[in-house]
Write a protein that binds this ligand. Structure first.
Ligand code: C5P
Length: 219
């Protein structure tokens, strides 16, 4: 399906990326993980010792997303593939702060809009339906209980070889949501024309199929 874009927003660990990947594969669309862009910039911010002057850092930053059927999305930061570092705890702990900065958002949003120009994109994030793709043909706002989201993230981490504590994960998720929902610029919120999809207790297949049905209803 070439002619539509799908915007998928929601709080941390709501299953957006898993579902977005499935939907994209089923409909032969391209999945764009916008959180990975903010994570890559955060990785650089940490590597540079948390500079105060983010304007200067961003002026000397290049970011490129590449797609490959087997490797999926890869993130090239200043020419280096940093994809494997983006889920590290330190990056996760600082990403909301970095993503709240205007210079960082301008940089990332411009790239996201360019990527979506060609259509056929499933893009997930926090402000896709509200800011990046306000004209997306389908907007979904995915939510799930904090308990379930923390359990999913723990399983995810295990598969990546990262150990985590469920209580800490719950706190981290709740803190990040609070920060993302209350920042001044492009806070996480449901677009008025988005469909809310509560995934608590639902399988990946069920949620994927619900979104495919929503796409079919657009025809
Ligand atoms: O989706 P993910 O958990 O990788 O996103 C990491 C962080 O990046 C979010 O908590 C949020 O602070 C930021 N983000 C954002 N806007 C987006 C995507 C992610 O501010 N479109």
């Amino acid at each position: 399906m070439e002619q539509i874009n799908i915007a998928l927003d929601g709080p941390a660990a709501a299953g957006k990326s898993t579902i977005a990947k499935r939907v994209a594969t089923t409909l032969s669309m391209i999945y764009v993980d916008t959180g990975a862009m903010y994570r890559a910039i955060t990785y650089k911010y940490l590597k540079q010792g948390k500079p105060e002057d983010l304007d200067h850092m961003m002026k000397h930053t290049t970011l490129q997303l590449t797609y490959d059927a087997s490797a999926g999305q890869r993130v090239l930061l200043d020419g280096e593939d940093v994809t494997d570092y983006l889920r590290e705890n330190d990056v996760t702990a600082h990403v909301s702060y970095v993503a709240s900065k205007q210079i960082v958002r301008n940089f990332a949003v411009q790239k996201q809009k360019e990527l979506a120009d060609q259509k056929g994109i499933v893009m997930d994030g926090r402000d896709i339906g509200t800011v990046v793709l306000p004209d997306a043909e389908l907007k979904v706002y995915m939510v799930a209980s904090v308990d379930e989201r923390a359990a999913r993230r723990q399983k995810d981490n295990e598969e990546r070889g990262i150990s985590s504590n469920i209580t800490q994960l719950k706190q981290e998720i709740a803190d990040r949501d609070h920060y993302d929902m209350n920042r001044d610029i492009s806070p996480l919120k449901k677009a008025e024309d988005a469909i809310t999809l509560d995934t608590t207790g639902k399988s990946i297949e069920d949620v994927t199929n619900e979104i495919i049905s929503m796409v079919e209803e657009l025809k």
